[in-house]
Design a protein around this ligand. Structure first.
Ligand code: AMP
Ligand code: ZN
Length: 664
């Protein structure tokens, strides 16, 4: 054997042992033998660096140090999941599904692992990259750290596709977690609170050799990519397993919601025997074709549903109610609790939402309350334990004045929230609004963070977002912890934001109820800020999906002289206050007033491109056929019941080609 062959053969052998041990839980050699072979390989690779391989088993020991984790955009967005808590919720979901797809629906039931979600990219069978979920659109590149997790295959086996992403969860099994804690206590450190936070914290450690010491595991459940030749979710789990991934074998197929409920009932009891934390079950429509038809909401797939196991509950004492002021001036009451352990974390605060909620619970300082933690990070107060109420207890008086600026609060008819109306003089509002302005989905100003905004406002350097554009490097340099380089980045970031497109500027203004989607709609419809400023309430309401509440808020925003002045300044600084030439060029009114339903598989354009074309040309996309539908654009495999419905309502069914002709 040549040296190269020796190295290759040792790599293969160790890879197989790794797999046996960490994926199959079935080692066939002793740890000692393994270590000896690994050491031998390390020596050979060190002597012959020309044969080293970034995905060699020797690379799992770590050593690479990451100072800053690079931000990476996900090839496909990582969505969150909708939650359900009862049989009724699941039946409702089934009803919604059956409206949108035809034929029988099968479900894959999986456990919902409670860890840190991760996306792994493979190319030609080699592990290329690992990225955290982040905000779903982009996450942090944690490749060096994930490489040290032994159940993550660095090289795949079998008949894998040339390129794909696979998603899963990095978990810390209880046993390893407890062991880590024992060691920490021994050296006089605080024990970690819970496995999930420790798992996600581990991914962000700078020294990968430290990560290598932690007994993390990676459980996989979702393959994404194109040309995969996979037809169902269940099949994808089997394939992933065959390629060498650790895919838990709890997954099961169900033919009905009743069978799903059986799965849930079983695991509600048996989950306590699992080596790691689970907080529910994830149910997915099995057919990928049906998944495609169902698509996504802004936040989650319509084809999947999480079922949360009943949350744990504890009781504790309410010490005080404090009030927070948000960027829109909305007041949120917060319950300050006697610290209590709940589902692995210490709970000290809980949101009370609004005055109605306080009244409904009849909650008072000094009360003993029941606190519950569902999947959410923020715990909820479920009820007051009236048997424990102190005799002299008095009903809670909601505040009448802003805790920050003492302005009398207002509460509009039909609204749950109290507001501080001191729009331009209330600190948290001023700061919050600027923080929103610079945030990633708005102006996305690099080099400027929320805390710096607070510093800038407190130093009197800015009092609204238009002031940002007059900041000079000399102004910001004296700020706390502001180095020369960061001051420069800040100023550059502000300058660059001048090219952010109009719809995001509109969103950044922070008009109440104008979120991302509404901002897009308004930008598209009015095209310039001047036109929008002049819009009347009736006109606004006539814009698709704009209701009275939004219209009133938009009108009152532009009616303010202060806001007008700010907008004039932003315009003079060169921000995008209208759609660009390019945006305008792609948009027409050709489909104005027409509603389309899209069904089946397309060839020239993808389903999403088709929808975008409809919207760009002024049409509307709807997900189900009704008498208000004008056209059904049908691709291959259009569902028979959709077809029947369209025919019954005499709605024209057109092909992809017919459609494309409409917009030329
Ligand atoms: P949530 O964060 O509560 O919206 O739930 C969504 C998250 O559940 C996903 O981002 C995954 O990280 C996690 N998850 C755990 N197990 C599964 C599973 N079997 N299928 C899909 N997602 C899962
Ligand atoms: Zn105020």
């Amino acid at each position: 054997m040549t040296i190269e062959e020796q190295i290759k053969s040792l790599q293969d052998e160790l890879r197989q042992h790794n797999y046996n041990y960490y994926v199959l839980d079935n080692p066939t050699i002793s740890d000692y033998e393994f270590d000896m072979k690994l050491k031998h390989l390390q020596e050979l690779e060190a002597e012959h660096p020309e044969f080293a391989d970034v995905n060699s088993p020797t690379q799992r020991v770590g050593g690479a140090v990451t100072k800053n984790f690079e931000t990476v955009r996900h090839g496909h967005r990582m969505y969150s999941l909708d939650n359900s808590y009862s049989k009724e919720d699941l039946l409702d979901w089934e009803t919604r599904i059956k409206k949108l797809v035809d034929g029988p629906v099968q479900y894959t039931c999986e456990l919902k692992y409670d860890g840190a979600s991760i996306s792994l990219t493979y190319e030609n069978g080699n592990f290329l990259r690992a990225v955290t979920r982040g905000d779903g659109v982009q996450g942090d590149d944690v490749t060096a750290n994930v490489k040290t997790i032994k159940s993550v295959p660095l090289q795949l086996k079998g008949d894998y596709p040339p390129k794909f992403d696979i998603r899963g969860e990095i978990v810390l099994p209880f046993e390893g977690f407890n062991k880590m804690n024992e060691e920490r206590v021994e050296i006089g450190e605080e024990p970690y609170r819970n496995p999930r936070n420790t798992a996600s914290g581990s991914l962000k450690l700078q020294d990968s050799a430290e990560v290598a010491k932690r007994p993390l595991e990676c459980l996989l459940y979702n393959i994404t990519g194109s040309g995969l030749n996979i037809k169902t979710q269940f099949e994808s789990l089997e394939k992933a397993r065959a390629w060498g991934f650790k895919v838990p074998d709890a997954a099961k197929l169900a033919n009905s919601i009743d069978e799903v409920l059986e799965f849930i009932a079983y695991w509600d009891v048996h989950r306590h025997d699992l080596p790691y934390e689970t907080d529910g079950v994830v149910i997915k429509v099995n057919s990928l074709q049906q998944q495609d038809e169902l698509g996504y909401t802004a936040k989650a797939p319509r084809w999947a549903m999480a079922y949360k196991f009943k949350a744990e509950q504890v009781s504790t004492k309410l010490l005080e109610i404090t009030y927070q002021v948000g960027r829109t001036g909305a007041i949120t009451p917060v319950a300050n609790l006697e610290p209590v352990e709940l589902a692995g974390t210490t709970v000290k605060r809980a949101s009370l939402h609004n005055a109605d909620q306080i009244e409904k619970l009849d909650i008072r300082v000094g009360d003993t309350v029941f606190v519950e933690k569902g999947g959410e990070i923020i715990p909820k107060i479920i009820a007051v334990d009236f048997t424990q109420r102190p005799l002299q207890s008095q009903p809670t008086q909601y505040i009448t004045h802003c805790p920050e600026c003492q302005t009398p609060l207002v509460r509009q008819e039909g609204e749950a929230q109290h507001y501080c109306p001191n729009y331009n003089g209330c600190k948290p509002q001023i700061i919050g609004r600027i923080q929103h302005f610079i945030s990633r989905k708005a102006m996305d100003i690099d080099g400027l963070g929320g805390e710096t905004v607070t510093l800038l406002v407190n130093a009197g350097l800015i009092s609204n977002y238009s002031d940002l554009y007059e900041l000079k490097k000399e102004d910001v340099l004296p700020l706390e912890r502001m180095a020369d380089k960061s001051a420069e980045n800040l100023i550059n970031g502000i300058e660059l934001s001048k090219s952010v497109p109009f719809e995001r500027v509109l969103f950044a203004l922070g008009i109440r109820y104008v979120g991302e989607t509404v901002a897009k709609k308004l930008a598209k419809h009015y095209k310039t800020i001047d036109a929008l400023t002049k819009a009347t309430s009736e006109e606004l309401i006539n814009v698709d999906e704009i209701g009275g509440r939004i219209a009133t808020s938009v009108i009152s925003f532009f009616a303010s002289d202060d806001n007008q002045e700010i907008i004039n300044r932003l315009t003079s600084f060169g921000l995008q206050m209208s759609l660009s030439e390019e945006q305008l060029a792609n948009q027409t009114d050709k489909l104005e007033g027409h509603t389309f339903v899209v069904s089946g598989v397309f060839h020239t354009v993808s389903r999403n491109e088709l929808k975008k074309l409809i919207e760009d040309n002024g049409g509307k996309v709807s997900s189900s056929i009704s008498s208000r539908t004008n056209y059904v654009v049908a691709g291959d495999n259009m569902g028979p019941s959709k077809k029947e419905k369209a025919e019954k309502l005499e709605i024209p069914i057109i092909s992809e080609q017919d459609f494309l002709k409409m917009i030329i």
